[in-house]
Design a protein around this ligand. Structure first.
Ligand code: TRP
Ligand code: PEP
Ligand code: MN
Length: 447
């Protein structure tokens, strides 16, 4: 990977001529320049070869030869970036992946909203509490959640902290996924513990089938490295353009630019303008990229995004992450699937069943209903079935911890229970058990 001279204008800096929504206004421009200059000298967080592998996997998912599982926090925080939280999150993703691999009879592409998901778009510039109005919290990469004037000032030094937290997280991921912790047999053993809970007994027979399959492999002497290791890729919303552009490097093998802040990067529903800065930056890098599509997306916008982000129709390059809302997906998604099918250039479709289904509980919490989330997943499969396109995966907000943020599920968390352990600073996440429940239900749909 090559580093540009400090004063060079990078070829991927064309986003600077476009409108950039949702950017922090840093009071100290020199401090920002100092940080981005330092970031440009840091080693890459991910490597071109890994990014290429993931692009190929995303292409396989677009054809129906693999299934994508993306999961992790709405917003990672520096404070929760501890070994315990990370271990439980990785464990949860792996447990889900085993169930989905069996259900789909396909390789599952494992992607975390992890090691970089530190910046958030906000619907309002400011937040008012008891008559005091301050800038909104935009994620730990930008400012602090604490409600004081000092804490809410965007601080560019947080971009360097973001880099270091992402780096430590990736190090732990590599250790866990290559060091025996991801062994299929161990992960399956955890799943059996889960289905022994009476609330989830309906999944016991599926777990038992998996158990027999694992035993069969053991008896037949199938004991290869691939049972012991997994590839877990990192992803985040490419929101902060200064950070993403400072993390972009030229691959010395090919001369292509890669955003080395994560393997997979997506543009959010609020920043997906065709001629906007976010789409522009992603046109310049080789990573597999995603775009969130809400229920108001038009066919013209969809084809425009393919023109911008995948003009040559490279498999795996472009993923559409639909987030329509359970009530709208069955009518809003099919016309878009038809438009992509008619266009012919391959895209990969995944569903984010969380962001179209956010409500406020009677107790005043931002929440989602487990049943509504599942309903959107069903609507996603139904829409693809109707049009004859491929449902390529799911993208969910989750944590490995036993939090109470999403209501419903077999343990029937209610509005009252949200007061018990609500820790998310932005959107509500499935807890460990709800995540596994979702994986088992999706596995049943995939069979
Ligand atoms: N390496 C294979 C894969 O990633 C099998 C595997 C090993 C696995 N450990 C796993 C699958 C944990 C899911 C979860 O698919
Ligand atoms: C998110 O993924 O946390 C998010 C903000 O999503 P969207 O852009 O779909 O609203
Ligand atoms: Mn979110």
């Amino acid at each position: 990977m090559q580093t540009l001279a400090a004063d060079a204008v990078a070829p991927w800096d064309t986003w600077r001529e476009r409108e950039a929504l949702q950017q922090p206004s840093y009071p100290d421009g020199q401090a920002l320049t100092d940080v981005t200059t330092a970031l440009r000298r840091q080693p890459p967080l991910v490597f071109a070869g890994e990014v290429d592998d993931l692009r190929a996997w995303m292409g396989a998912a677009g054809r129906g030869d693999a299934f994508v599982l993306t999961g992790g926090d709405c917003a990672e925080t520096f404070a929760h970036n501890t070994a315990d939280h990370l271990r439980l999150k990785i464990q949860t993703l792996l447990q889900m992946a085993v169930v989905l691999t069996y259900g789909a009879s396909l390789p599952v592409v494992k992607i975390g909203r992890i090691a970089g998901q530190y910046a958030k778009p906000r619907s309002s510039e400011t937040e008012t509490r008891d008559g005091l109005t301050l800038p909104s919290y935009r994620g730990d990469a930008v400012n602090s959640h604490e409600f004081t004037p000092e804490a809410r000032i965007p601080d560019p030094r947080r971009l360097m902290e973001t880099y270091h937290h992402a780096s430590a997280t990736l190090n732990l991921i590599r250790a866990f996924t290559k060091g025996g912790y991801a062994d299929l047999r161990l992960v399956h053993h955890w799943n059996r513990g889960f289905t022994q809970n009476p609330a989830y007994s309906r999944f016991e027979s599926l777990a038992e089938e998996i158990h027999r399959a694992v035993k069969f492999m053991e008896a037949a002497g199938a004991d290869f490295d691939s049972l012991r290791e997994v590839d877990l890729y990192s992803s985040h919303e490419a929101l902060l353009l200064e950070y993403e552009s400072a993390m972009t490097r030229i691959d010395s093998r090919t001369g292509d630019a890669y955003d080395t802040s994560g393997h997979f990067l997506w543009v959010g529903e609020r920043t997906r303008e065709l001629d906007g800065a976010h789409v522009e930056l992603l046109t310049r890098v080789r990573n597999p990229v995603g775009v969130k599509l809400g229920p108001t997306t038009t066919r013209e916008q969809l084809v425009g995004l393919i023109d911008r982000l995948n003009p040559d129709g490279e498999p795996g390059r472009l993923t559409f992450i639909t987030r329509m809302g359970a009530e709208r997906i069955r009518e809003a998604l099919p016309p878009l699937l038809e438009a992509a099918k008619a266009d012919g250039r391959p895209v990969t479709w995944t569903t984010d069943p969380m962001h179209g289904n956010t409500i406020t509980s009677s107790t005043g919490y931002k929440t989602r209903r487990f049943e509504t989330v599942m309903d959107e997943v069903r609507g996603f499969f139904a829409a693809h079935e109707q049009v004859g396109t491929v449902p390529g995966g799911i993208h969910v907000e989750l944590t490995g911890d036993d939090v109470t943020e999403v209501v419903g599920g077999a343990e029937r968390l209610d509005d009252e229970s949200l007061t018990r352990r609500y820790e998310s600073l932005v959107d509500p996440r499935l807890n460990h058990q709800q995540s596994l429940e979702l994986a088992f239900l999706v596995a049943e749909l995939l069979r």
